[in-house]
Design a protein around this ligand. Structure first.
Ligand SMILES: Cc1cc2nc3c(=O)[nH]c(=O)nc-3n(C[C@H](O)[C@H](O)[C@H](O)COP(=O)(O)OP(=O)(O)OC[C@H]3O[C@@H](n4cnc5c(N)ncnc54)[C@H](O)[C@@H]3O)c2cc1C
Length: 424
């Protein structure tokens, strides 16, 4: 039952759009979701949910379902161990954790499934690829979404959760579609391999319970367990940190994801230590991802009654495992602000501006931290790849991401709305 005099349309049903839809619907805001694909789906890979993102999921009331789909009774994931990727595999740094620094490693499809199960199916519309968002010619307070199938949808508020290639972003920036997306000069080889297979292949490093990063010159691997330690999520990065982001973009239309041969993968990591070589050999069908980011960073996430969230707003490098987490924080903040008792059709623009004021600086701080983390793991940090260097550069890097209290930001947003006379 809606308690508001406005309607919201979310474009994009990935983890961020879905979480936002569930959170809004639960707080009594009328919401409809438009997804380009024929159904909700995620790629076959794992995702790490940090402690901050887990708090948001708990607050929205969906954490138990997510844990249940992960097959876990509680948050299971601890802090990273950094190990040399080269011969000898010396442990370089154990990131110190607080007792509450617990997150979750989960298969992406299970994560999505948990959220889908909480959504009223009647509000989800598929095969709806949004092309443009225009102000309604009949009512300048409303927007028309245009879809590739020729249909349209009229609404009061538009939330763009349509990922890194966002179509809604152009309506916020007033720039041509495709602007603000750049190749990060980083590729990622991805795979999922049963832990048993890795052990049988002779991998000695324990990859269960605790995430591991094998670090080395210009490359690193991130590994963490999912499905109760039965499967290991593997991402192997190769980067060129000397090329500025955005100066070596892929040719227009070139695919961002492709299947690659084992030979390519082995060649990329030639000369690395035995555990790394053995881990990579076990990936049956490796895929290669050219990682793109939002760049240059946006000056604003909102325009009028349109707001961006998730990768559409701040697609970032994945080196802190925090991109989706930032989108979940966006979803939480939007739901809290739009469902606030004093929010109504006449003040939404200011309410979205308060969202922008708290979310833009925080998510862009994490964007920059993620870039820095990649440099550290690849030996381009200030103090290099020694144990001391990694510790000096990496110690505390997750603290601003994990230990930040979103309720403080909410107070800041509400205070600004009061100070400007929007809320009493
Ligand atoms: C290698 C790698 C590892 C990562 N690991 C982590 C991690 O461990 N932890 C973490 O927090 N983050 C991680 N991330 C980042 C995370 O994957 C993203 O931040 C997150 O998936 C973004 O979610 P989203 O919902 O904003 O966008 P998406 O997941 O891209 O979803 C967008 C949705 O919108 C739909 N869509 C697109 N265009 C349109 C349109 N025009 N109209 C309608 N629908 C549309 C798409 O079909 C899709 O369903 C990683 C990223 C990479 C590349």
């Amino acid at each position: 039952m809606t308690s508001k005099d406005f309607k919201v349309a979310i474009v994009g049903g990935g983890v961020c759009g879905l979480t936002c839809a569930v959170a809004l619907a639960r707080s009594g805001v009328s919401v409809e979701l438009f997804e380009a694909a024929p159904k909700f789906e995620e790629i076959g890979a794992g995702i790490g949910v940090g402690p901050n993102a887990a708090r948001v999921l708990r607050d929205i009331g969906v954490l138990d379902e997510v844990l249940a789909k992960a097959g876990e009774s509680q948050l299971n994931q601890r802090t990273f161990r950094f190990i040399s990727g080269l011969e000898g595999h010396e442990v370089l740094f154990e990131y110190p954790g607080r007792p509450d620094d617990s997150g979750l490693g989960i298969h992406r499809a299970s994560f999505l499934e948990a959220l889908v199960g909480l959504l009223d199916p009647s509000i989800a519309h598929f095969h709806k690829r949004c092309t443009t968002v225009n102000v309604s010619p009949e009512n300048p307070a409303r927007y028309i979404l245009h879809f590739t199938d020729g249909t349209t949808h009229e609404t009061d508020v538009v939330l763009g959760a349509d990922g890194i290639k966002s179509a809604v972003r152009a309506a916020v920036t007033s720039e041509p579609p495709g602007s603000r997306v750049a190749f990060s000069n980083t590729v990622a080889y991805r795979g999922l391999v049963p832990w048993k297979t890795l052990q049988e292949a002779g991998v000695k490093t324990d990859l269960t319970r605790r995430p591991v990063s094998f670090v080395g010159p210009d490359k690193h691997l991130i590994l963490f367990p999912i499905k109760n330690d039965e499967v290991i999520n593997i991402v192997a990065f190769v980067a060129d940190h000397h090329i500025p982001i955005g100066s070596a973009n892929l040719a227009p239309g070139a695919p961002w994801v492709s299947e690659v041969s084992q030979e390519e993968l082995q060649k990329a990591y030639e000369g690395w230590g035995p555990d790394v070589v053995n881990i990579l050999k076990c990936i049956e069908k490796p895929s290669k991802w050219s990682i793109h980011v939002v760049y240059p960073l946006l000056e604003t996430y909102t325009k009028g009654r349109i707001a961006l969230l998730g990768d559409a707003a701040h697609g970032m490098l994945p080196h802190l495992g925090a991109g989706a987490g930032q989108g979940l924080e966006d979803a939480w903040a939007l739901a809290r602000l739009l469902s606030h008792p004093q929010t109504n059709a006449s003040n939404i623009e200011s309410v979205l501006e308060s969202y922008n004021r708290i979310r833009l600086p925080r998510s862009q701080m994490v964007w920059k931290g993620s870039e820095r983390a990649g440099e550290i793991y690849d030996g381009c940090g200030k103090h290099g790849l020694s144990a001391e260097g990694i510790q000096t550069d990496g110690d505390g890097q997750w603290s601003p991401v994990w230990h930040h209290d979103m309720n403080d930001d909410m107070q800041t947003a509400l205070q600004w709305l009061k100070d400007t006379g929007v809320f009493s």
